[in-house]
Design a protein around this ligand. Structure first.
Ligand code: HEM
Length: 130
């Protein structure tokens, strides 16, 4: 005689994205990856701009013209902010590799501190570019 089939337990399903709350540590981790990719892509753009500015006096004037507009200045500020977050978040990661901030509460606190530090560095970057 075959055994009766086990009834499947109803599993919790939550695909309502508006009710799923990501912990601050997950947000910090995703932003670290995003800021790394932004930094990587910006290296190409910044090297192109540097080579243009060094090519000739006309090239320098053209590069200065490009950087002069509000939109490009805003992009430069965004790149510096991403770099700042990547460095701050990277140092946090390296400290975690050394065994610090590994518990849930200290991990959340260090994520908050890295956001605050990035905010301050981002303000300074704004002062630098404008
Ligand atoms: C040109 C500069 C840099 C670029 C383009 C860059 C890019 C990246 C990228 C794309 C990742 C992969 C992220 C992932 O897959 O989660 C990464 C990870 C990482 N970066 Fe950078 N990075 C740069 C500079 C730095 C600096 C200055 C630090 C040190 C403070 C740093 C620390 C780290 C660490 C610790 C990770 C690994 C994070 C993990 O374990 O998830 N990076 N970086």
């Amino acid at each position: 005689m075959s055994k009766p089939m086990k009834e499947r337990k109803p599993r919790p399903v939550n695909l309502d994205l508006q009710t799923i709350k990501m912990p601050i540590t997950a947000i910090a981790s995703i932003l670290h990856r995003v800021s790394g990719v932004i930094t990587f892509v910006s290296i190409g753009i910044l090297l192109w701009l540097l080579s243009k500015s060094l090519s000739s006096p006309i090239g320098f004037a053209e590069a200065a013209d490009i950087v002069d507009g509000f939109f490009v200045t805003f992009i430069l500020w965004g790149i510096l902010t991403a770099l700042a977050y990547h460095i701050v978040g990277g140092i946090r990661h390296l400290l975690m590799d050394l065994g610090h901030f590994e518990e849930l509460d200290t991990g959340a606190k260090s994520a908050k501190v890295s956001f605050i530090l990035t905010g301050i560095l981002s303000l300074l970057a704004g002062v630098l570019v404008w």
